[in-house]
Design a protein around this ligand. Sequence first.
Ligand SMILES: Cc1cc2nc3c(=O)[nH]c(=O)nc-3n(C[C@H](O)[C@H](O)[C@H](O)COP(=O)(O)OP(=O)(O)OC[C@H]3O[C@@H](n4cnc5c(N)ncnc54)[C@H](O)[C@@H]3O)c2cc1C
Length: 428
Amino acid sequence: MSKYLNKNLKIAIIGGGPGGLSLGKLLNIKGFNNVSIYEREKSRDYRIQGSSLDLHPDTGLKVIKECGLYDQFKKVSRPEGEYFTLMKKNGSIEFKLPPIDMISQYHLGFSKPEIDRGQLRDLFLDSFIGNESNNNNINIKWNYHFESLKFDNLNNNFKLKFFNTDLIDADLVIGCDGSNSKVRKYVTNLEMEYSGVTLITGEIENAKNTFPSLYNLVNGGLLFVVGDNQGFMSQLKSDGSLTIYYSSERSWDWVRDQKLKFQNDSISLLNFTNDQLKDWNDLVKESFRFCNLDSIVFRPLFNAPYEKRWKSLTPGITLIGDASHVMPPFSGVGLNLAMYDSLLLVNELTNPHHKFLFEALESFESKMFDSSFWWMNNTKVAQDSIHSERVVDFLKSKLIGSNDLLVWLKLNFINSLNSCTKFLHLTK
Ligand SMILES: Cc1cc2nc3c(=O)[nH]c(=O)nc-3n(C[C@H](O)[C@H](O)[C@H](O)COP(=O)(O)OP(=O)(O)OC[C@H]3O[C@@H](n4cnc5c(N)ncnc54)[C@H](O)[C@@H]3O)c2cc1C
């Protein structure tokens, strides 16, 4: 099937996560008029969306700007969420890094402001105006759980099957359905691999009152505690809750043995985590007790195979975001890349040098692999370093520089930048 590129192509976006929503929005802006997003969740408010994330200037934030959503983004994002504290297992503080404040960020347009995943999703959905039906040409279909597809030779298009509907036609199918993608098998035989690291996560609601000592130390941003080649993180969300993470290297055999028990029995998972953290400082070892029991989750982390490019097995179907290149969150880029992929794809679909759809898709895939492989390699280095004796030096060099002079310069630079832009702002 070699379709000509045109704005009337019937495009099916499978999955309404950050990748799928950015893609729908950008296609709409560029004038594609037959685009639908199929999302398996039953409705917009069906599930509370997860943790806080930072958007990076050259990827996620760039897409927000391309989508015309930067003003709305500034109203809800939290530059102060960049506050970073590194602590050792015994409770001693290694360093604290203040964020570049809101005014500096507003004027200079850099830094990586935080936003909750749910707020980010709302930014897109609100911009679609009345998103339950075909509106503004962005058609979001809730409760559409993609199951399978086949090619219809007669009509030269795809027939998509969802769990609860009749068949739906599409000329171009884009799998934005995350790490357990059901679209992936039509594109590649490559399987996702266990990364070697498992997280246990939990939520402490109303942390200011329930666990004030941890809340104060997090200071609106992220606390990272390291020891025994393991990590503990705590991060504030906009509703005042803290997300906490315990990260450790575990073999796949161990994960397979524990998975069933831990996924069905929160008390066993809580007891296990408390036992693992019993020698850590008081803040850390107590923390999981303050979580809502239902919020404690066992999360083995997966990644796409390293350096392995695929050429789509089915022309007219491609993947973006985690469906293509899931990676553990140790560089904090997965969501940023999912959004950035959508920009790369739309740039190729509107590139006048491409006459046929397959040319645009091949060119997109090549660019997507270039950026995602770079980040996957970085993430692997970060994952290995975070779970090793080198962790403090690694985080210092990544976040502030490799020696004490650089640390001093950077902290002073940020403080003077903050004062300077505040002064300019006041004297305007
Ligand atoms: C603990 C943790 C912390 C993280 N922190 C960060 C961070 O700080 N910064 C960062 O950039 N990234 C972070 N990430 C990674 C980030 O969450 C992902 O990379 C990002 O969500 C990928 O976006 P996506 O749109 O590709 O997929 P997803 O966010 O997984 O969205 C997929 C969507 O598809 C829908 N769907 C799935 N299957 C189907 C189907 N069969 N039919 C229809 N719909 C379907 C899902 O309901 C969902 O809405 C983190 C990940 C984890 C696990």
